[in-house]
Design a binder for this molecule. Structure first.
Ligand SMILES: Cc1cc2nc3c(=O)[nH]c(=O)nc-3n(C[C@H](O)[C@H](O)[C@H](O)COP(=O)(O)OP(=O)(O)OC[C@H]3O[C@@H](n4cnc5c(N)ncnc54)[C@H](O)[C@@H]3O)c2cc1C
Length: 435
């Protein structure tokens, strides 16, 4: 049987494994294996909500082992650390217990493949800014989102407890990077502040405050979206009391402050880095696989590596040309479209038919601004021209994107059950996690 190994069960990889399992795995026309270093999947665009405490990640995880059982593929837990291209083997690192005596749970292993699909996503790029890696928290993984949430909560509790006189000083949060992640997180923190006040968390009362500064190096926030969306969003953020600083790159990050090119020093109790991404370093170490300067695998229109036709790559970890002068953007929307394309192309490969070319369609972008609002633009394919959407309608559309992802991996029935269960849970719980 043809062996297809997919590395990375994120927004793109899990959908592809599910589709291929249902089509090829079930009928035993190919053996599908999904490899991931984590045991569960969380849709990455939810991480800013996890960090702000407004979403309980445990309730939104998909267990790879169960998904594999239901959709006729095999799940292997492990971290890819190398590739032997000549003999077509993937190398996985040994796995250790992260607590207690750090005992080895799984040894180093190799997995053979006929077709390898790399879907490793991206990680934070600190862009060489001094102090960024050691003092700022990135937002790439569930563990980082949880770390950020705990740090914010502890800082609020500490500050509130130290102030007995009633003149409480604000908790300062600096978010570096005015892209979608930075914008969404800054807006979400307003909701966190409101909930902390409402429940009087350890003395965090009416006069307590989370002061958020959003810092962008470029001339405006949301550089990947239209000027109109960026201007509207800036106005909305300012109305929410968020300080927006543009055209002033961050030059250094200390333990409790951020310095910018203009010489400004911004005090910060919590510093978040959301300014740049690169593909995982392991990709640059794979012998004979061509990558670009941010480690993305260079792929052709069929999403095959430019240097090895048995290796495919897609999602954030791949560099695929789109229009004449631009590349497919690192978005969940692109990973989803590429997963759908590859599900067909890999079936064609198993049946020795032509693969075809991937064509990216930009449906526009939406940026969430808290629980009741979003802003963004819808593009050509949907409405014939680029239009601005905002407010509750945009928020409903934004929420629908996650549901669409769930439908593509869990089916309609499970998604509906999930929707009802979470709706009921939300009605009975505080809107923000308080511990
Ligand atoms: C806070 C935040 C908000 C976002 N909001 C949006 C949004 O609103 N709209 C949008 O379109 N996009 C958004 N994005 C971007 C979007 O999440 C990514 O473009 C998308 O997840 C990319 O999908 P992927 O499958 O390429 O990678 P990912 O979803 O990142 O998945 C990669 C997988 O690979 C696994 N992995 C990594 N390295 C290894 C290894 N060495 N061995 C084994 N497994 C490995 C990881 O555990 C992970 O499961 C957001 C991103 C963030 C961080």
């Amino acid at each position: 049987m043809h062996r297809i190994v997919i590395v990375g069960g994120g927004a793109g990889g899990l959908e592809l494994a599910t589709r291929l399992g249902d089509k090829l795995g079930k009928s035993k026309r190919a053996h599908i294996t999904l490899v991931d270093r984590c045991p569960t999947h969380v849709w990455k665009p939810l991480l800013h909500e996890v960090a702000a405490g407004s979403l309980d990640a445990h309730a939104h995880q998909i267990e790879y082992a169960a998904q594999a059982h239901w959709h006729h593929f095999e799940f292997v837990r492990g971290e890819m650390v190398g590739l032997e291209r000549a003999s077509q083997f993937l190398r996985l690192a040994p796995m250790f217990d992260t607590e207690g005596d750090k005992e080895e749970i799984l040894p180093a292993r190799s997995i053979g493949y006929d077709t390898l699909v790399l879907a490793l996503g991206s990680q934070t790029h600190f862009l060489g800014v001094p102090g960024a890696q050691s003092n700022a928290i990135p937002l790439d993984t569930l563990a980082q989102a949880e770390r950020l949430r705990r740090r914010l909560l502890q800082t609020c509790v500490k500050k509130a407890a130290r102030n007995v006189s009633g003149t409480q000083s604000a908790v300062h949060v600096a978010i570096i990077g005015g892209g979608a992640t930075g914008v969404e997180l800054s807006a979400e923190l307003r909701k966190t502040e409101k909930a902390f006040r409402q429940f009087g968390l350890h003395g965090f009362g009416r006069d307590s405050d989370i002061h958020v500064t959003l810092l962008e190096a470029g001339p405006r926030i949301l550089p990947a979206l239209s000027t109109r969306v960026a201007e509207t969003t800036t106005e909305l953020l300012k109305k929410m009391g968020i300080e927006v600083s543009v055209a002033d790159p961050v030059t250094e990050i200390g333990r409790h402050d951020v310095t910018t090119e203009s010489g400004r020093i911004i005090p910060a109790d919590v510093i978040i880095w959301a300014a740049g991404i690169k593909a995982p370093d392991v990709l640059a170490s794979l012998d004979g696989i061509a990558v670009n300067r941010i480690n993305q695998v260079k792929v052709s229109r069929s999403l095959q590596s430019e240097t090895d036709p048995n290796v495919f790559a897609f999602g954030d970890c791949a560099s695929c040309s789109w229009k004449e002068d631009s590349m497919v953007p690192p978005r969940a929307q692109a990973a989803h479209q590429q997963a759908a394309f590859l599900a067909k192309a890999l079936r064609a490969r198993v049946e020795r038919r032509r693969l075809g070319d991937f064509i990216y369609t930009d449906h526009g972008s939406l940026v969430s601004l808290g629980s009741l609002s979003a802003v963004g633009s819808l593009m050509g394919g949907v409405v014939g021209r680029n239009i601005l959407v905002e407010g509750r309608v945009a928020k409903v559309m934004y929420a629908a994107l996650y549901r669409k992802h769930l439908v593509s991996v869990s089916g309609f029935r499970r998604t509906l059950v999930d929707l009802v269960v979470h709706g009921l849970r939300r009605a009975a719980m505080p809107q923000v996690k308080l511990h």
